[in-house]
Design a protein around this ligand. Sequence first.
Ligand code: ZN
Length: 460
Amino acid sequence: MSKSLKIGGVVVAILATLVLWLWLGGDGVKKTARLKAVEVIGNLAMRTIPDDVAGGFHKIPIERKELAPGVYQATGVANTHLITTDDGDVLFDTGLALQVPQQMELLKEVSDGPLTHIIVSHSHADHMGGTKFWKEDGTEIVAHREYTEEQRYLKELEPYLHHRNRTLFPWMPEEPPQIGLIAYGGVEPTITVGDDDLIFEQGGVRFEVLNTPGAEGADNISLWLPQKKILFTGDTLGPLFPQFPNIFTMRGEKVRKPVEYIATLNRLIELDIEMLVPSHHTPVTGVENIRAALTKIRDATKYVHDETVRGMNEGRSVHELMEEIQLPPELELTQEHGRVSWAVRSIWEYYATWFHFDSITELYPVPARSMYAELAELAGPEALVAKAKEHADAGEPVRALHLLEVAVAGDPDNAPALRLRLTTLEAMLQTAIDGVGNNYEKDYLRQQIALTREALGQGS
Ligand SMILES: [Zn+2]
């Protein structure tokens, strides 16, 4: 972790304590004061993070855009959308809690109508974070029927998931905020969407909330405005469009179901979408262009799914399939968010779970790693580092890393092993940048490089 990230974390922790005090102040503390405090923390948190981490989401300015008459977007780490009608307004996604004050201010400027519905695309913190701030008396909260279960497990595993999340999204505070409105969770849907879509008309505008699970969780919904031919997708299509889906997330979460996702894409391909509005980054326009991209995502997902299933039935190992299955040129898509080889493994484990039938030892809580120190003693540190160097020089960095992990298990201060580990990781980072460019792989490699430097006493 770099120094600036550490400082950022400390600043956020101090401010979080101040805000806690504000909240404990009880009802006497006005909502505007609470919003102001959150805004201060949010700005500081974003400013302390370098530009080039986590795909640069945190550097996206908070601005208001009018996407179509009566359809507004407040940008940020995640976008919030307000659709205004003569009979009240509808909100789609509520952004990251730390950015709510500014997004809310911008959107409130265009309408003072009552908020009849908040539609939450799914349970991720960057899409539901402002729900408790926005909710008025009588506002319906619309979410997928799986939302409550997804929110439950994400909340219950928050201490575990937060630290994994933070490795990849370093603007997050050191500990998960547990304070009032900015704490994760607590959103209670009043209308759920599942087998049936939710269709309603308000102020002459038709709203269709579609059941579109499988992409970034079991609880994804999208909003279709058929008169305007605008589709709001939340994360149903991920942060980039088009992209290979993130069936597996390195942040740690339940597996996302590929066949359900293919069904979702089939639904969306049927619509004549003139403007596609994801909750990250900018809208995409053009019916044919959008349909072609959706078809490609569907076909690429299906290809990887079908090839994995075929390989499993042919008795191929998960590692062979991770190595072999690649998108054919006509289905080539960016893997910045979702990586094909990780999708292969996720599909495998989704169907067959973690026992791969490779070794009886898989069944017991004694991993190969627990024997590394003994192996290091038997092989000797010099021999391990020399062999690792051969692999690194032969362009096999992961083989080199395996041997170096054995060497370091034998002696955590083994400087030659740590130095070779550092140059190997740096080479892997370059390969990742020049190759599929997966953001999570790059960020995790960067974190490992920083830790190795720390172990070598080089700081970062
Ligand atoms: Zn998101």
